[in-house]
Design a protein around this ligand. Structure first.
Ligand code: FPP
Ligand code: MG
Length: 343
């Protein structure tokens, strides 16, 4: 990907945050360009042209680069030019990309970031092994950062995998389905979002209290981000998403709206509940019908309320500990971005 494309992509997300201080916007854009260059280098460092092509596939295809942006914003609470900031941002995107290699295998996804998924193009085994390589590469990078980076990255990776396994296995017999859902999304999504912020702030030498507050903000933002993802799976087109619409229903993943329908017991959701109770997932007409019913269901509004609650908690983590200024405003605006996500 050219630096120009990277700059445009960076600008699209940072610009939507409407930061008033242009210096901040410029620094973030410059940082994202460096991240882009370094990500491409990482793929080439695979030292084997075929592995480099596989690990570079999703990196080149793009994505929002939310996690590197968060790392760079976290670093704004210290010295954003400190050594290790860019590497920390790269590390967060490498872990994210590794998780997508694995996730797309589990979801049997055909597309990701608007291109064929790694599993669709090279098969499941290659997708998993190359995902492992990306995770190993991230671990290698963490060893070059401040001493906290290795245990923090290890913890987040452990949570990512635990969350995904717990989602796959489902709640225990006596476990509350809703708390299981929140545990899963905290682990599989929020852990890395939280790490991205914290690691940027730590590399930049921000005060411990600020690093901790950013981590708490990231945990809440991450849960809200995943709820938004669940909602978009129902409401957005495949073209907007760059991945298939209705995938959660197709592979019987208990997304938040689905859980709220199943637990709600509302008589008007009876047909939908019957469709959703198929453990094999849905395809064809039944999939379309379930999507239509889910879109109309009150569970979508209730999921939005739960997302807004998380965003309010994210905002209060900011208000409790962070100094006011442009980076604060950008993080506050990110809550609006998540609430209004379209892709
Ligand atoms: C997308 O979820 C996937 C994640 C948030 C992380 C998945 C984690 C793993 C597969 C564990 C393995 C991780 C590593 C680092 C090896 P989703 O399916 O809800 O969202 P989607 O709609 O984007 O697919
Ligand atoms: Mg998925």
């Amino acid at each position: 990907m050219s630096a120009l494309t990277a700059r445009r992509r960076g600008r699209s997300l940072i610009t939507r945050l409407a930061v008033r201080e242009k210096g901040l916007e410029r620094r973030i854009l410059r940082g994202l360009e460096q991240v882009e260059t370094r990500l491409q280098e990482c793929a080439r460092e695979a030292d084997d042209p075929r592995l480099a092509a596989v690990v570079g596939h999703l990196i080149t295809a793009g994505g929002k680069r939310l996690r590197p942006l968060l790392t760079l914003l976290g670093a704004e609470f210290g010295d954003p030019r400190a050594p290790g900031v860019i590497e920390a941002a790269v590390l967060s995107e490498l872990v994210h990309t590794a998780s997508l290699h694995h996730d797309d295998v589990m979801d049997e996804a055909l597309t990701r970031h608007g291109v064929s998924s790694v599993n669709a193009r090279w098969g499941n085994t290659v997708a998993v092994r190359s995902g492992n390589w990306l995770l190993a590469k991230a671990a290698q990078m963490s060893a070059g950062l401040t001493p906290e980076a290795v245990p923090l990255q290890a913890d987040a990776s452990e949570r990512l995998v635990r969350g995904q396994v717990r989602e796959l296995v489902g709640p225990a017999f006596d476990e509350n389905h809703m708390s299981h859902y929140f545990d899963v999304v905290s682990d599989k999504s929020a852990s890395l979002i939280s790490l991205s912020l914290r690691l940027g702030a730590i590399q930049a030498g921000a005060p411990a209290r600020v690093c901790d507050a950013l981590a708490v903000y990231g945990e809440h933002l991450g849960v809200a981000f995943q709820i938004a993802d669940d909602l978009l799976d129902v409401t957005s087109s495949s073209a907007d998403l760059g991945k298939e619409q209705g995938k959660d229903l197709a592979v019987a993943v208990a997304s938040l709206p689905v859980l709220l329908v199943l637990d709600g017991g509302r008589p008007e959701d009876e047909e939908l509940r019957t469709l959703l109770s198929d453990p094999a997932g849905l395809s064809g007409e039944r999939h379309l019908r379930a999507l239509t019913l889910l879109r109309r269901s009150e569970a979508m509004d209730r999921a939005r309320v739960l997302m807004d609650e998380r965003l309010a908690r994210a905002r209060s983590a900011l208000a409790d500990a962070l100094p006011s200024g442009a980076p604060y405003e950008a993080l506050d605006a990110l809550c609006d971005f998540v609430a209004n996500r379209t892709a």
